[in-house]
Structure formats: C-alpha cells, structure tokens
Design a protein around this ligand. Structure first.
Ligand code: DGT
Ligand code: CA
Ligand code: CA
Length: 602
C-alpha cells in the first residue's frame, strides 16, 4: 500500500480529506502523510514520476527528522536546509503545518473520485493498481469494484492480476459493503443546505426535497429536489454550482442530476408553480403508492400524472397536493404513510391515523447525562422546558458500566439519590440502563433496582447467539418486573446489512404480555426499532418510547428522526409513551404488580 497511509497516519486518505484543520500542532508524521498523499494523488493523475518522487522523498525526510517542522518554521533552521527540500516544497510543508493541507493538495483531491483514493487503503493496492482499476476497469464506486471482482475482471487485467483480485476480494469480504443508502439523519443536513442554496436562485419560489426523504424513510438512496419557477435555467445553474458537487451527471432545461463528494446523488426537477402539487405528489412517491393512487383515479375516470389531475383532457387539480388528493376523492395522505401499505384503503374508508406530531411529545425518557454533572442536567432540563416538555429521563452511562462489569454500584446509587425530582420546572426521572445477560437476566444490582425510577434494558453483547437463543433471551428479560422499556430490540444498525437475528414478532408479543414498552432510538446509526416493527407494536398494544439518546441538549432536535419512524409505523399520540401527560406516565411506570413504584407524586 502507499506510504501515505502509514500505520501512524490517518486511517484512510479520506479521513485526511475530511479533516478541515490540522491538529493542534501537526507533527512531522502528519505533514509527511500529507506529502505522501500528494504523491499518491499526483500518481493517480499520471504526473511526472520525478515530481512524484520528490514528494515521496520529502515525506521520508520529514517523517524521520527529529525536529518538529513547526519548530523549524518558527525558530529555524530553514526547511530548505533539509536534503531534497527546495523553496517550493518548503512552502507547501509550511502550509501543511499551518493549515493542515496545501493548495495543490486541496486541488488534487478534487480531481479524483473519492472512492479511487480510498482504493489506496486496500492492502496490496498501490497507486498503479488503483489507476488500473479506475482507468482500465472504470471503477469509481464500491459497487463497480464489487462487480469487477465478482466477474473476475481484476484477475484478467494487465497491471492487476490474481494478487490484486485476491486483495480486493479479501477487502470486500471483510468490510461491510458501504451502504449505497444514507441514513436519513445524515442526509438531512445536506437536504437543508440544498434547500437554502436553491432558494437564492432568481425566480425560484418553492423548494422541497421530495422522494424517500420526504417520506421519512430511515435511509435514502438519493435526494429528489423539487423546485418551482416559471423558467428553469437560473435554478439549474444555481443547482449545478452547489459547493459539494463532484460531478454533474446530467443537465437539461428543467432537470439535472449531480453527485456530491460523499457519493450521494441528487436529482433536481423544476416545474411551473401551478403544477407544484401534482409534481410534489409524483416525486414524493413511493412509486407503489402512486401507482395504486393512479388506479383509483382511473376508476373514477381521471388521469393523474406529474402535471396534474385531468378529466377528459381538462386539468382539474395540481396546484397543491391537497387538491390532487381531493380531486381523486381522498384526504391528504401524510408522506410517511405513502408506501402502499394500506394507507389508500384507510383514506378511502376515512380511517387514516392521526399521526403523532412533535407537539404531542412531553419529554424524552432516555437522555445520557452523568448524574454528577449538575450543570449538564440543568442544561438538559432547560432545553426540555423550552420545548414545552414536562419530564426528562436521565440515564448515567455509569449505570450500564456497573451493570456490565458488576462494578461497585454504591456511588451510582448515591448519585441517583442526589438527583432532584424536579429541575427548571421539569420532572426528572432517574433512569438506569442495564444489560441483558446472555441468559436473559437483567444485570441489575439490587441497590440500583431500588434507586431507579425507570429501568431500560438492552442486549449489548453476544450478538452471535442463534435467532432462537436471542429471542428466548429477550423474552426472559421481559419477565423481570423491574423492566419498563426495552431498548434496541433488534439491535440493528441501519448502515449495516444484517441486524442480529431475533424474532421481533415474538419479542413484541412478549412485551405486550409483560407490559413493557419498546423504544425507537433516533441514534443515526440505529433507528431501532424501525417503521414496520413500530407498526407491530401498535397492533400488539405495546407503548413506544421515542428517544434520541442525546448526550447534549442540542441533540434533542434529533428526536424528530424517531418521530418520523413512529409516524411511518402509523403511531398516534396515544401509542407513544412519552406523549403521555406526567400523571399518566407515572401510573403506567408503576404498572400493576410491577417493580418498585416511582418516587414522584402522581
Ligand atoms: P430512494 O431514492 O431509493 O430512497 O427512493 P425514492 O422513493 O426517493 O425513489 P427515487 O429517487 O427513485 O424516485 C423519487 C420518486 O419519483 C419516487 O418516490 C416516485 C417517483 N418515481 C420514480 N420513478 C417512478 C415511476 O416509474 N413511476 C411513478 N409513478 N413514480 C416514479
Ligand atoms: Ca430518492
Ligand atoms: Ca431519484
């Protein structure tokens, strides 16, 4: 592999690219890595080999030099005293030491598909082979790499061969396939930035990110931006100038497709303002929903497309989404439900759920706050109060550690007891999060069991158990009377392919029988449980707790992502535990014949 990713350098050249500023005082290894990265990128772009070697040699010199570059710059001797380092290189080294990179490096990073640079990270793939993969086999994405390996094209290519094929195969087998889908919490800031960027274009009226993003799917394949303008050109122009773009894949008068540096694709459609509703309906999808909708329209003698609703060639609706649904004889169906999972039938029957809204929430029962951090607890409660919330469940991560390691719970118990029952007008619940042992017991010391208002449990270990064992383990834990909320029931990571295997149908039924709630976590990597399991919970009568596992008050905004999954699961306010008013929450937490009653007054 290239020297650029030396053992003590950044783990990946991409990491280096993502770095916005140098660490406090970039050390010589860091600077040397940047020089090697420059050499890698020059090599990838077919630069003069002597130029490449100059950077490699300089990297080696700096890496071994005993005096920090920063010190040389401030106190001397001059960098040009070092062998092989002339004025030009000295300038770039100084720039790296001061700003984390140099101008040429920044420019070079733009010219190479990020994934090609990432190829250098594969043990056994140096610049020559990365170039061959890119230039000769056309590999620009992980998927293309996977296909090339699968079809044996790497082994057959000159400059690559069997060894390269094996290296790639080993890497693909080891790493989870990079998700081509992006978790919605990570796509959201990009969507927001695009909206702001486009609104500044001349003549643009509305800008909405439609598609799976608007439906709140936990992951999005790409972003579909819809804009209205009388003429599309200024909007297209502005769109193609979005700073994060690496490639404009297609560009027409009313639509364009670009690829962002992250690899995410964005489609733009510009439509006339009077077709906004029908276009929004069309581009929000899902395709299955729209096809079913069109069928109903046809039955009523109507034609529905992205330009409007038509009867006998006459346009009868299209300006707003509401008008489109109304013309077909339906109430507006919330985007989160548009998956053709029964929402059209429900709408026809006048039985659409009144989906839970942000304003229905009254607290979060799973916020991470060290119990001895009074200032943080106060800041959390302040933030909760400003949202109009009336309660907050504070979880000290120490409770998990005590639970996992069987440590000394006395200090934690004392801390739990010190937490005031109310802070800034917000009721504080003392929440203990504990592990579920492989045998299905709660790893919960008796003192904590007594001191906690709420016990949340989750599986944090032994994900390798069989589906049966994993299910039995969870069902057994549900029997513990102290348990009130089951967190991460499927322990899935949306960014990975496979969750651990557990029979969620059985778990939900077990939770219903035991009177335990399940959680939807807004943790970006997790979003566990998802929409379908939420719907199962609703059907089984299991209350769902929406939490964002915040570690700082700013994180509370992420609760929205749990809310989206809840809405996709057809949940109404009455199905959501933390939408209950305080007295109702307390009486539920007490539960008949369950663990210790909470200390707070009802
Ligand atoms: P994604 O990107 O995979 O997360 O999912 P979507 O739903 O955003 O799908 P995408 O980006 O392929 O298309 C955006 C929307 O455009 C989709 O939700 C509905 C609409 N659309 C795309 N293709 C068709 C089609 O063939 N028929 C209909 N009726 N609508 C379509
Ligand atoms: Ca999409
Ligand atoms: Ca799309």
């Amino acid at each position: 592999m290239s020297a650029g990713a030396a053992a003590d350098g950044p783990a990946s050249p991409l990491d280096a690219g993502a770095r916005t500023a140098a660490p406090q005082a970039p050390d010589n290894v860091y600077v040397a890595d940047r020089l090697d990265e420059t050499a890698d990128l020059l090599q990838l772009q077919d630069a003069n080999p002597f130029r490449v070697r100059a950077y490699r040699n300089a990297a080696r010199t700096i890496r071994r030099h005993g005096v920090p570059v920063a010190e040389m710059i401030s106190k001397g001797p001059p960098l040009t005293d070092l062998p092989g380092i002339g004025e030009d290189l000295a300038g770039k080294i100084a720039e790296c030491a001061m700003t984390g990179a140099h101008a040429l490096l920044r420019e070079l990073r733009q010219g190479v598909p990020p994934f090609v640079v990432e190829l250098l990270d594969i043990p056994g793939i140096g610049p020559k082979r990365a170039i061959a993969l890119w230039r000769d086999l056309g590999v620009r994405t992980r998927e293309q790499l996977r296909r090339a390996a699968l079809e044996g094209r790497i082994a057959g290519a000159s400059g690559l061969g069997r060894a390269a094929q094996d290296a790639v195969a080993a890497m693909l087998a080891k790493a989870p396939t990079t998700p081509s889908r992006v978790p919605i919490p990570l796509a959201a800031p990009v969507a927001r930035a695009l909206e702001v960027h486009l609104r500044a274009a001349a003549g643009v009226e509305q800008v909405t990110v439609a598609g799976s993003f608007r439906r709140g799917r936990e992951t999005v394949g790409d972003l579909d931006v819809l804009a209205t303008a009388a003429k599309g050109d200024a909007c297209i122009e502005r769109f193609c100038a979005f700073p994060d773009i690496t490639r404009v894949a297609a560009r027409g008068d009313t639509k364009a497709t670009v690829v962002l540096r992250s690899g995410m694709q964005v489609d733009l459609r510009v439509v006339a303002p009077n077709a906004y509703g029908s276009a929004l309906q069309y581009f929000t999808g899902s395709k299955a929903h729209s096809i079913a909708l069109r069928r109903i329209a046809q039955r009523r003698g109507l034609k529905l497309n992205e330009y409007g609703v038509f009867r006998d060639g006459q346009r009868i609706a299209g300006e707003t989404e509401e008008s489109v649904y109304a013309a077909i004889g339906l109430p507006l169906i919330p985007p989160e439900l548009r998956e053709n999972r029964g929402e059209i039938e429900a709408a026809l029957a006048g039985r659409l759920p009144a989906l839970v809204r942000a304003a229905d929430l009254r607290g979060d029962l799973h916020v991470h706050c060290a119990l001895d951090d009074a200032a943080l607890a106060e800041a959390f409660c302040q933030a909760a109060a400003s949202r109009g919330w009336t309660y907050l469940g504070l979880v000290d991560q120490a409770s998990r550690l005590v639970s996992a390691n069987g440590g000394e719970p006395a200090a934690l118990e004392r801390a739990l007891k010190r937490i005031p029952a109310e802070l800034r007008g917000v009721r504080v619940l003392r929440v203990v999060e504990c592990d579920i042992t492989p045998e299905g017991a709660l790893a919960l010391p008796e003192t904590l069991r007594q001191a906690a208002d709420v016990v949340i449990a989750a599986v944090h270990s032994r994900f390798d158990l069989s589906r049966d064992e994993q299910t039995r383990r969870t069902l057994r834990a549900l029997q513990d009377p102290a348990l009130r909320i089951l967190a991460q029931p499927s322990r899935r990571l949306v960014v990975r392919d496979a969750p651990y295997d557990v029979d969620m149908g059985q778990v939900i039924r077990g939770a219903a029988a035991a009177g335990v709630a399940v959680e939807i976590s807004a943790d970006p990597a997790r979003l566990d449980i998802g929409d379908l399991d939420s719907r199962l919970a609703r059907e089984a009568g299991v209350p769902v707790s929406l939490s964002c596992e915040a570690t700082s008050p700013e994180d509370l905004a992420d609760l929205n992502f749990a809310l989206l999954q809840a809405r996709r699961g057809w949940l109404e306010a009455r199905h959501v535990l933390n939408a209950r008013p305080w007295p109702e929450l307390v009486s539920w937490l007490r539960g008949a014949a369950r663990g210790r009653p909470v200390s707070a007054p009802a």
